[in-house]
Structures are given as structure tokens and as C-alpha cells.
Design a binder for this molecule. Sequence first.
Ligand code: 5RP
Length: 224
Amino acid sequence: MTQDELKQAVATAALDYIRPHLESDTVLGIGTGSTANLFIDSLAALRGQVNATVASSDASAERLRQHGIPVYDLNTVDQVDFYIDGADESNAALQLIKGGGAALTREKIVAAVARTFICIADESKLVHTLGAFPLPVEVIPMARSHVARELVKLGGDPVYREGVITDNGNIILDVHNFSIAQPLATEAKINNIAGVVSNGLFALRPADVLLLGTAQGVKTLRAS
Ligand code: 5RP
């Protein structure tokens, strides 16, 4: 199977996962990226049964609206029942690297609110140790050089993501050559650098379920 077919398989599996739980007041959190886009397109089949979503990016909100699916501001909903999103990497504890699409901060906010975070990814994303994928860090523009120097002190090689401004008006530094042996500690350390808005490590709030697309079918993994 191609990577796109694996992504479609997990998008469909996520739809099957949530379908039995859908009530009139269910709120879905919707992620960002190519896998999340396939989920959004699959969700269109349930238009009319999905009364409320919150989106982790302007792009996903727009795609949902194009399908006629209602999108709300997070501040106006009482709860988020399920958050469905992709990832750039996951380890066996379902700690993730996210932010390849520069939406990490809003993704982290929706994940923090969600009762159940369902990560959907193809098998290439499952790794032993996080960090082969460069870790995205969202930074207030005036702090770019300061944050870059602090990331070098932590052992990484930060690279400015040219031409990218996040939905929040900030810039992204991608930290290369940064093997992450202690995701919890590293997430907290980077968050403590002045000027960092958030970083793409999802260790303090990992996924609850990983639907992993493999050549043998979709596997359901829970944090070990
Ligand atoms: C966007 C993200 C995405 O979930 C991540 O980049 C995976 O993307 P894709 O599904 O296109 O492989 O974190 O900020």
C-alpha cells in the first residue's frame, strides 16, 4: 500500500472509532495536515450527524466549512469529546512530535481540552526515539535569535522555517539533530525559554489512542 492509502485507511478507522459515540451534543476537535484532511473529507459522509467541531488551524476550519460541517470557536463549547489529528512521529508511549504543518500551538490547545486524543498516522511515523523529524518550535518573532541560541545550548540545530507565519502570527524554528531521550523534560525545558509560544513535543499530553496504518491493516495502539 502507498503512504496515501495508509493515511486513508486510518482516516476511515478514526471515523469508525467515533461513529458509535456520536450524540447530538458531541464536539469533535479536528487536526491539521494531509492525514487530518482525509479525515475531514471522510467526515463529510456524517454531515448532519456532526453538529459541532473545533479546528486546530484556519485551513482545517475552512475545509470543514466547505463540507458544510459547523465549526465553533473553542471558547464557545463546553467540552471536546474527541480530538483526531495526525503526527510527524510517535513513540510507543504515544508521545508525539507534531507541527510539520506549523499548527502545533492550536493543536496542543485542542489536545489539552480533549477527553480522548486519537492520533492517526501511517506506520512510518512510529519510532523508538523521537527526534529524527526536526522538532518544530513556535516563537514570537522578536525572540528568534535568543530562542535559537538557547536551543543550541540544549544540543539542537535550530533552522528558521523560511516563509512560514503561523495562524498566530509567529515564526517556526525546526530543531534538527536533536534526539529526544526524555520527552517530558525536554518539552518543559523548551517551553520555559522566553519567547517560545509552544513546541511540537506532545509528551505532557500524549495521544490516548494511535490508529496506525500498516500493510497488515490498521492497528490500535494505546500508551504502554
Ligand atoms: C500539523 C501536524 C500534522 O499532524 C503533522 O505534520 C502530520 O502531517 P501529515 O498528516 O500531513 O503527515 O502536526 O501541524
